[in-house]
Write a new protein. Structure first.
Lengths: 220, 216
């Protein structure tokens, strides 16, 4: 059978696709911010906190990192209403994504904090700096520099992983694809165009992070 | 008819996990073959080969797995190639996995010092012999822990095959949740089964990392 590719119908639906891009961007940025906050808090708890808190954070990280995001999403969106907690799709998606990303960033931030040699921390203390001053002037900068590349690639992976929220009918870019597909029946063309758009988003985020890295760590 | 979520449902979920494992094994085999070819092409002394494979890896790592899954499952039939969920999932996961495994193995290969290649060359070994007898045996130590870690990613990612109707653990969970109307209990059980599969591998990967002492 001969099949001719026809992209015209797909491009005609550019408004739905653009809406999807915006929702995906919104989800990604919200999750990156939320995941970073959780990651920093949990990493600090895991490195400096009391024993029980370390174990608690450790359990959180292991449970999340060893189960699929899709199942976590279903648990929050379909499972929580059993307890009378009914969330709309977008809220459930952001909560699930933040909890998921938080576990990964915890490990990255922890590794970054521990990458600073102990002797430097001790040197700071011996100069009479307080705990907070040591963190601010000795630990923070090299730790950020060490964790930044891993964090950036985790964020890009997260942006791509947001596509699963389409499974609880959040109207992100991937959901837009299924809408356009059901209108045009141009499956191959639709998913190719959507794939290229995700690729563009991934390159844009990588470029942005590389720019931030250069601006913050290389230029000075 | 609404039935209760009982022990037999748990057993059905456990039974469905074997399809998760079967898909993981198939996808791993496909990823390994493609990934090895990619890793070798990425360090090959032929520049265009390096460029093409680098582009492939960038493209695959820059697109969601779901897109590959849908492109192959819904898109290919239009071109006259018919695919069932099994084949679509196996192909999509192999494409996706090969990009990651290829990068892991390339990293392991280039972590071996340049002088090792030169030592092999000075003993009169051909390029293939250097790779086969000098470089690969050493880089396997570096490659094993992240490869096991990748296996965990693969097990988790197979849950996406549920979206094209492949009945593995997650899809079986969806069906059970719809039948029993106990989504929380069902998805907690599903998550627990995934955890039981992934956690031992995660721990194994960590202990291998310590034992093989990669930092040395």
């Amino acid at each position: 059978m001969k099949y001719g590719l026809q992209f015209r119908d797909v491009f005609a639906a550019w408004e739905s696709i653009l809406d999807g891009v915006l929702v995906t961007l919104f989800l990604s940025v919200c999750t990156m911010v939320g995941g970073l906050v959780i990651g920093v808090a949990c990493a600090a708890a895991r490195v400096y906190g009391p024993g029980w808190l370390k174990r608690l954070v450790g359990t959180y990280v292991e449970v999340i990192r060893n189960t699929p995001l899709l199942v976590q999403l279903f648990l929050i969106f379909f499972g929580l209403p059993s307890f009378g907690l009914r969330l709309d799709g977008l809220t459930a998606a952001i909560i699930a994504l933040v909890i998921n990303l938080g576990a990964y960033t915890t490990e990255i931030v922890r590794a970054g904090l521990q990458a600073v040699p102990k002797a430097q921390v001790e040197a700071g203390h011996s100069l009479g700096l307080s705990g907070l001053q040591v963190f601010r002037h000795v630990v923070m900068f090299p730790a950020l520099k060490a964790m930044f590349p891993a964090l950036a690639s985790q964020f890009v992976l997260l942006m791509l992983a947001t596509s699963v929220v389409s499974q609880i009918s959040v109207q992100d870019l991937f959901h837009a694809a299924s809408i356009v597909q059901s209108r045009t029946f141009r499956d191959f063309e639709v998913y190719t165009v959507i794939g290229v758009l995700y690729l563009g988003l991934a390159f844009a985020f990588r470029g942005l992070f590389a720019g931030i890295y250069y601006w913050a760590f290389v230029r000075r | 008819m609404i039935r209760t979520f009982s022990f037999i449902d748990v057993m059905y979920l456990v039974a469905a996990a074997r399809w998760t494992l079967a898909l993981t094994v198939t996808a791993f085999a496909g990823s390994a073959v493609l990934g090895l070819a990619l890793a070798l092409a990425r360090i090959a002394p032929v520049a265009p080969l390096r460029w093409i494979t680098a582009a492939y890896i960038h493209v695959v790592q820059g697109t969601p797995l779901l897109v590959w899954l849908f492109l192959i499952f819904f898109g290919l039939p239009l071109t006259g190639i018919s695919v069932n969920p099994w084949i679509a999932a196996a192909v999509a996961f192999s494409i996706y996995g090969s990009a990651f495994l290829g990068e892991i193995w390339r990293g392991a290969l280039i972590s071996i010092a340049r002088t090792q290649w030169e030592a092999g060359a000075s003993l009169g070994l051909s390029l293939y012999e250097q790779l086969r007898h000098v470089i690969v045996p050493q880089s396997i130590r570096v490659a094993i822990p992240p490869t096991v870690g990748f296996l965990v990613q693969l097990i988790k990612n197979t849950s996406l095959a549920a979206t094209i109707g492949f009945v593995e653990l997650t899809r079986e969970g969806q069906l059970t949740a719809a039948g029993t109307y106990k989504p929380f209990a069902v998805y907690i059980t599903v998550a627990a089964i995934y955890f039981a599969m992934c956690f031992p591998l995660t721990q194994w990967s960590r202990s291998l990392e310590r034992k093989l002492d990669v930092a040395r």
